[in-house]
Design a protein around this ligand. Structure first.
Ligand code: ATP
Ligand code: MG
Length: 280
């Protein structure tokens, strides 16, 4: 039974991945991270998208040399790139435009799927964080695949719109492939988050029902509403918990954080066991 207080064990790595752009990955990564931090969960947000939306959304400026670009190329360590945010205990590894080049360069490297896993290992084992949340770029490119290879859990955000389920199969097949190839046997679908829900439309309700039928154990009960506040907050460099603390967006992400804490057992330290990994 897990009874230790929060802290000390290795961190869980959670990747927000999608094969499609603009489905609420970054909004979810940022606001879930902030809501976890409100619960005193030591959270590290890793911005792996060259667009650096998550970086600016927590009020950190893009700056050359601060991203994982260097460590992915064997220069410096990921721990050196960790920076504090104003939303303690939320820390960030920022992104920068160079990461776009990494997308191509990694593909030429040996052991190309295991690059992120390797550089995150010391961060995971440092005991500084309980959870590491990775915000991935749109599309299932090399950086997203590296995130899947490094993660314990995958979080999928789906927009409450027609064809929401399109592409879900593709990600799930990739997960199975990574497992079958023994690249990452731990990887699990951690959950599906329905975003941009508009209660006024029948379609949104139908889409949620459809996903619920397909993945009853994986869909989170908390659905994220479409609210203009969620789209405004990043331009103020604030997560929704700070920008609109009493609004529906905050309420939703707090609800999601509670569900994530329960589902992933984040209140407790994971026992510090070595997890064997096949070489690839
Ligand atoms: P990309 O694939 O380009 O990284 P993404 O999947 O990270 O996109 P977001 O950037 O989170 O998606 O969201 C896309 C757009 O929708 C943004 O402008 C964001 O502010 C807005 N948005 C996201 N969630 C909501 C919401 N619940 N209500 C209103 N607007 C939202
Ligand atoms: Mg994004």
């Amino acid at each position: 039974m897990q009874q230790e207080p929060s802290g000390h064990g290795p961190a869980e790595i959670v990747a927000c991945v999608s094969q499609k752009g603009g489905v609420g990955k970054t909004t979810t990564a940022v606001n879930l991270a902030a809501a976890l931090a409100e619960n005193k969960i030591r959270t590290l947000l890793v911005d792996l998208d060259p667009q650096a939306n998550a970086t600016s959304a927590v009020g950190v400026e893009k700056q050359a040399g601060r991203s994982l670009y260097g460590p992915l190329h064997g220069e410096g360590t990921a721990l050196q790139k960790v920076t504090k945010t104003a939303y303690s205990p939320l820390s960030l590894i920022p992104s920068e435009e160079d990461l776009a080049a990494a997308e191509i360069e990694i593909a030429q490297m040996e052991n190309y799927l295991g690059k992120l896993h390797a550089i995150l290992q010391p961060v995971r084992a440092s005991g500084r964080f309980r959870v590491i949340l990775i915000d991935c770029p749109p599309a299932l490119g090399m950086l997203s695949m590296n995130s899947l290879a490094a993660a314990d859990f995958l979080l999928i955000t789906l927009q409450c719109e027609y064809m929401a389920l399109e592409g879900l199969g593709q990600i799930l097949r990739n997960v199975e492939r990574l497992k079958a190839a023994r690249v990452n046997e731990r990887l699990e679908l951690g959950g599906v988050i329905m975003t941009m829900y508009d209660a006024r439309t029948n379609l949104a309700r139908q889409v949620v029902d459809e996903v619920r039928q397909h993945l009853p154990d994986k869909i989170f009960g908390t659905v994220i509403p479409r609210t203009v506040r969620l789209s405004e907050a990043p331009s103020f460099g604030k997560p929704i918990t700070a920008y609109d603390p009493d609004g529906p967006g905050t309420e939703a992400y707090r609800g999601l954080a509670a569900a994530v804490i329960a589902r992933f057992g984040l209140k407790y330290a994971r026992p510090a066991v070595q997890i064997g990994r096949a070489h690839f």
